[in-house]
Unconditional design. Structure first.
Length: 134
């Protein structure tokens, strides 16, 4: 079982637990009137047709749809973050390649010291030559 399945099962367990707890309180008092008579509710039932089982079935379906929508939104957010991270890493790799190319053209310390030594010897030779020619 991967993390996605475990998370989904955990969420479904929370929904079922919530339904169980509310069923204990509704068993004595019945569902609230605000949830029964709302025509904006897609699971609207007339109060004459409403049974406790029907009410919880409708609530469970609504919660399951809400849960699926949230999971879908999370998956979409993860994909977006993954794409963004890949773009960022591609930019970093390009920058590293540029630095690597740049350092390949730099002169090393030993090469520089050799060139300075050669120029110093050449200048010393020229000074000796000018002293002798006077």
């Amino acid at each position: 079982m991967n993390d996605y399945q475990g998370c989904r099962r955990f969420r479904i367990a929370i929904v079922i637990g919530t339904l169980f707890i509310t069923s204990l309180s509704y068993a004595q008092t019945g569902p609230p009137k605000s949830e029964i008579g709302s025509k904006e509710n897609p699971y609207y039932m007339r109060s004459e047709e409403l049974t406790l089982k029907g009410y919880f079935d409708a609530r469970f379906i609504a919660l399951e749809e809400l849960l699926n929508a949230k999971i879908h939104a999370q998956d979409k957010a993860v994909e977006l973050a993954k794409t963004s991270m890949e773009r960022r890493l591609d930019g970093m790799n390009e920058f590293r390649a540029t630095l690597k190319d740049q350092t390949a053209t730099f002169v090393t310390r030993s090469e520089l010291l050799a060139a300075i030594g050669f120029l110093a010897a050449l200048m010393f030779g020229l000074l000796q030559y000018t002293k002798r020619s006077k």
